[in-house]
Ligand binder design. Sequence first.
Ligand code: C2E
Ligand code: CA
Ligand code: CA
Ligand code: CA
Length: 278
Amino acid sequence: LLPVGLLSAAIALVLVVKLSRRRLSPLAELRLALRRKEFLMHYQPIVNLTNGRLHGVEALIRWQRPDGDTVRPDLFIPLAEEHGVISDITAVVFKMVAADLRDVLRAHPQLHVSINLSAQDITDPNALKTLRAQLEAAGIKPAQVWLEVTERGCVAVGVAADSTLAQARAAGYQVAIDDFGTGYCGLQYLQKLPLDTIKIDRSFVQTVATDSVTSVVLPHIIQMSHSLQLSIVAEGVETQAQADYLQQSGVQYAQGWLFSKALPLHELKQYVERDAAM
Ligand code: C2E
Ligand code: CA
Ligand code: CA
Ligand code: CA
């Protein structure tokens, strides 16, 4: 009788766990996923528009659920930001990027990896420390690492000269402003930011060559980036017509499905080798 009792108790326990697992809040699921290491990185090539050669890669996080489902970052990153879990995710991202790319970056010193930061990371003095520790352990130079911050982060970023981003630049990292053109930061605001690169948002790129507002604004952005000595990356380039127009307008770099989607690490390594053999 005892084994049967034990068995049914075990079955009941499994059921309770399963049911309660299903009843977990999205936040609790996210915390559990962190503990279970359900995250990985994909890498999207950034290319030089003049010759198609690889310039660097952007690290983009993926949440791979045990059931095989993939959760998009724009679903769980905002949740993590809202509930103060983002610093844990950012720390995991730093660690994964350092482990994934140490060999690629050492073998190809002209390449860089671009890492997305949230506004909270920028005001968190520990974020930079964590990053430096991970990179140093992997032997990756700060010069090969770009930090992407969105325009939303501007307010937090721009004000103090000794901001985390200014410190990051002093330590040799490059700073890129992400999703540029989606609002918030005015053009004049850019001059005050510790910046190296502007990433023009996909929504803006998609109207290139068709929208009259874009055709007026783009030359202004390009002119300003020249005078501030910033490089420009156009995001979400999907057609050859967009690439041609951007290149003729003076944009040097681009990323988008025309060139490559974000790739799992082993495919990125193949891409890098193909590019190096060009
Ligand atoms: P983002 O930083 O603007 O990244 C670009 C997004 O556009 C990526 O989506 C990329 O896969 C997608 N994309 C690239 N080329 C094209 C294209 O030609 N057409 C279209 N339609 N889409 C393209 P993804 O990977 O789903 O990431 C979404 C957002 O999640 C990112 O936008 C970024 O804001 C955030 N994110 C991703 N990874 C991280 C991370 O590690 N940390 C933080 N804090 N945020 C992240
Ligand atoms: Ca980005
Ligand atoms: Ca972007
Ligand atoms: Ca975006």
